[in-house]
Design a binder for this molecule. Structure first.
Ligand code: NAD
Length: 487
């Protein structure tokens, strides 16, 4: 690895000024924890108020520009993202641990998100909806909320921020975004560049922890809050918003089941499922987090999965030999170890596979050798809870009804997948799963899905949707003007 300059990311009022830091967040490289990647400047509650006030002052003129003009401005964001992607992908890998190509792809995804959100806004907002009928006519306008606050996590901060910033701005809102203290750098540098191409105060960033997040929730100028993260933060936000009564939107954790149906090709299915489970070291909200396999195939499936996992090379995300990076932080390490401790206490065997890219550097980062639980009890915590780390439990089932019942028997409902050589059968099983998204013979978003599929979950996995025209609609209110027939 080369030598890197330390990076500074400030809280800012977009296009106007950076804010003085009350304190700083030190961001460490999860693959080499002695390295400080950079610092982010934390603001106090009063400064949060200043930023929100600047957003509130800027928003009416931004909304008044009209959707075509906003679209022109926002499409420039795609060019900005593409121009900085190579350089910032390295920063992103150094702060969140993802493989470099994965970080690089995140910028392409973010660019697409800006383009799609702009296109949806053009088609939804170019002209108001009118209806005439019995008794008169109605004109329905869609209006932005005003100031939207956004809070994002560390696992994919660039694309997750884009999924909020692009539709919020395309709809005519101003936005104040708080990144995660674990990965605030790349997203801030990118958003500051985009903000500089927009009117002052339209796109803003504040750094800090839950306290700064809470200040956003209770600021009287904030009319909507959109949050991606875990259930604990979401519940605190709901409590904090009880007085401010703002519109809330949540994208939360997942515990995605993969259902392998009888007759699926075990070799290719097991390999693909392993790759979808361990991408970003298992730290993807919609990664596969449990697998249900027909009882008579379970042992064979587990053997194939373990053989495939044995090819994994665990190391730093910038090292081209690495196929799985570290987990992001020590809280994640503890989380994984808690699940492993529970399995050990219950006497459930686990298998580890994969080798260190650089055994001498193993202790330098938050590295974990990935784990498969080849025969997990269906009610084990590692099956019922979100691990968000490199552990994959395999659960045997006897018939499809039982598999569907087990898949639906958690509080989560983000994504899911069904694997079969009979696509019609797979689709009929897919429709029985309680989730926001079910993939057939895959478990990842294609660009067309990013464009048109509402992204989100049911039950405790979320309230509301991102991407697609539905995701844009989250950032809009309605105002209808009614004319009686005689007028
Ligand atoms: P987290 O909830 O700890 O933190 C997310 C963000 O919320 C951070 O910016 C954090 O500072 C802030 N925050 C935490 N408590 C808060 C509070 N009380 N008030 C205001 N802000 C608060 O989550 P994390 O560890 O960063 O991310 C992991 C979780 O996020 C997992 O559960 C994962 O599944 C979920 N996630 C969901 C999606 C999705 O789209 N559904 C995407 C990525 C991650």
């Amino acid at each position: 690895m080369g030598r890197f300059e330390a990076i500074t990311a400030a809280s800012f009022i977009g296009g106007a000024r950076r804010l003085p830091a009350r304190s700083t967040i030190e961001v460490r490289d999860p693959g080499r924890t002695r390295d400080v990647v950079g610092t982010a400047g934390v603001v106090d509650a009063a400064s949060v108020g200043d930023v929100v006030a600047a957003a509130a002052a800027a928003q009416p003129a931004w909304a008044a520009r009209g959707v075509e003009e906003r679209a022109d401005v926002l499409l420039r964001a795609c060019t900005i993202i593409e121009a900085v992607a190579d350089e910032l992908a390295t920063t992103l890998t150094r702060e969140n641990g993802a493989l470099l190509p994965v970080s690089r792809n995140e910028f392409d995804a973010a660019s697409r998100v800006f383009r799609f959100a702009t296109e949806h806004a053009l088609s939804a907002l170019s002209r108001p909806e009118r209806h005439a009928g019995a008794g008169g006519s109605i004109t329905i306008e869609r209006r932005p909320y005003g100031v939207v606050a956004a809070i994002v996590p560390w696992n994919a901060p660039v694309v997750l921020a884009a999924q909020k910033v692009a539709p919020a701005l395309a709809a005519g809102n101003a936005i104040v975004l708080k990144p995660s203290p674990y990965a605030p750098l790349a997203v801030t540098i990118l958003l500051e560049q985009i903000a500089n191409s927009l009117p002052a105060g339209v796109l803003n960033v504040v750094h800090g922890d839950a306290e700064v997040g809470a200040a956003l929730v209770s600021d009287p100028h904030v009319r909507m809050l959109t949050f991606t993260g875990g259930a604990t933060g979401a519940k605190a936000i709901i409590r904090n918003a009880a007085d401010s009564l703002i519109r809330l939107h949540f994208e939360l954790g997942g515990n995605d089941p993969a259902l392998v149906l009888d007759g699926a090709d075990l070799e290719s299915t097991a390999q693909a499922i392993v790759d979808q489970a361990f991408r970003r070291c298992g730290q993807v909200c919609y990664a596969i987090k449990r697998v249900y396999v027909p009882r008579r195939h379970r042992a064979t499936f587990a053997d194939i999965a373990l053989d495939h996992l044995a090819r994994y090379r665990i190391g730093h995300g910038l090292d081209p030999r690495t196929t799985m990076g570290p987990v992001n932080n020590s809280v994640q390490v503890d989380r994984v170890n808690t699940f492993l401790g529970q399995l050990d206490a219950a006497g459930v065997p686990i298998e580890r596979r994969g080798d260190a890219v650089d055994p001498d550097a193993w202790e330098d980062g938050h590295f974990i050798t990935p784990v498969i639980v080849p025969d997990a009890p269906s009610d084990a915590p590692v099956v019922l809870d979100e691990q968000f780390g490199p552990i994959l439990p395999i659960v045997a089932y006897d018939d499809v009804d039982e598999a569907v019942e087990m898949a639906n028997a958690t509080q989560f409902g983000l994504a899911s997948s069904v694997w079969s050589s009979d696509v019609d059968h797979a689709q009929s099983v897919a429709r029985r799963i309680d989730a926001g998204m079910t993939f057939v013979n895959g478990h990842t978003l294609t660009p067309v899905a990013q464009q048109f599929a509402p992204f989100g979950g049911v039950k405790h996995s979320g309230i509301g949707w991102e991407n697609s025209s539905v995701g844009l609609a989250e950032y809009l209110e309605y105002h209808s003007v009614h004319l009686p027939e005689a007028s």
